[in-house]
Design a protein around this ligand. Sequence first.
Ligand code: CFM
Length: 571
Amino acid sequence: MKKMTNVQEPTAQDVAAVDLTEVRSLDLGGPSVGLDLPSDAPDGAAVAKALVELYPQKALEKRSRHILVNDPDSIAPIEANTRSIPGIITQRGCCYAGCKGVVLGPITDVIHIVHGPVGCSYYAWMTRRNQADVPAGEGNFLNYAFTTDMTENEIIFGGEKKLAQAIREAYELFHPKAIAVFATCPVGLIGDDVHAVAKQMRKELGINVFGFSCEGYKGVSQSAGHHIANNGLFEHVVGTEELPAELKVNPRRVNLLGEYNIGGDAFEIERILADCGIELVSTFSGNAQYSEIARSQDANLNLIMCHRSISYMAEMMETKYGIPWIKISFIGAEATAKSLRKIARYFDDPDLIARVEVVIAREMAELGPQLAEVKPRLEGKPVMLYVGGSRAHHYQQLFADMGMPVVAAGYEFAHRDDYEGTDVTGSIVTDSDSKNIQELKVERDPVAYTARKTDEELAALEIDGLSLSQYEGMMADMAKGALVVDDISHHELEQLIEQYKPAVVCSGIKDKYVIEKMGVPCKQLHNYDYGGPYAGFRGAVNFYLEIDRMVNANVWRFVTPPWNVPAKTAS
Ligand code: CFM
């Protein structure tokens, strides 16, 4: 739990003035409707066909199952979380990236040792802009890269001794609270047992040392690494410490799952929650410290931001400790307001409900003039998004604030439930790649489990439009006729830009400059192009200004896109 300074508490007078009946009647259920496509947008079905027509027959058939024209009233199944076709340039990353880089890496006071060749460690060293604000005197190892520097010698004779020595050395130098060990591809190939070494070192050093078998080749993308990370954190960290009594006074205690503080997003969310009087026990894992996660079982509600990377944790915590979860998103001013209202409705506390309204009114009044200034320059301009496993969805809401319709979107590595909603989870067929990843058997804890709400209270919340343990998915929020493309290839992205001529594409570094050479600005939504925060209310303003600057810059007029370059005649 962070010590917050400068908390702007609503005044008692403002809180008393809120009309609670009106707030309680607000509809918080259901998806938001995607903005209609521009009238001159090309026909989705024709575009979908054109995307794949250059492929050989087998690839064409495979890729076609990952592409569909959206109909929010009748969500069709899309193929996702299956192997990319060899030779197609995909944007995906590896299992180790998802485990070490994404879920565990942001925890500030844990030493993350990469057991593998030095390149793997270098790859994960500060390449993700997860920021942290660590209190003076407390451990912060984010700026370091720890590696066992595996060489041919260990590949032939085994690397367990070197790993034990690296853990010892890191401990002697820094005395961290805990050490996590990450296995890279060669470790799995030669069979080093990182878990046995971790166990041995736990005994020797008297601190928590735990390992992750997150070899890069496991699964089909970084998504496998998320799952492995969730399992490890759940088994070795969550529930190992008690929340001190003085922190249990406020019952409005939440965990924020799947928020990694890219570009400072978590700072803005922490500010808003504190102003509303909601205690944040732990974030998984942006700006988080080990002990916060270790005590997170004492929260009364789990908020899921990125469903893809952390849904496993929410499910396991619900089963073992009785903490319900709701899907929220703090990307977009309207989405942030709706999420705060959902939290308040869950706790069903009139004071909280009113405080949240005061904060929303204040923040909306602050950002209103900024939005009003940029909106006329942006409204109606089409957007495309291809990002990870949740942002392609979340950022649609931020664009909706500005009146910008999404013509096409997709994830790199999400599963069907992230597209179609958690209702389809039961019908997802597991294949050999997904079976590779362990499912923990979790049971209700006889001591630590407490039902946060009675069955009647939960049923009443459902009637009130607050869906628990449910995520609607991206497609329900997209317009009819918009194109959905999973695990997009480089070729398909180029085709889409030519067909839709979007005002901006949101993507990552792998294709940023290819897109910009086509005369279309590209906003990176993984690392935010050195900008941010974009979450919450103040973050939304940063994004409005940034998109206005990019979309309306004159420079794009001077770029001739490839489709306008006259074909060279053979000489
Ligand atoms: Fe979740 Fe993420 Fe994302 Fe993700 Fe990622 Fe990321 Fe992402 Mo890059 S955890 S799924 S594995 S929101 S690193 S902070 S931006 S691909 S859309």
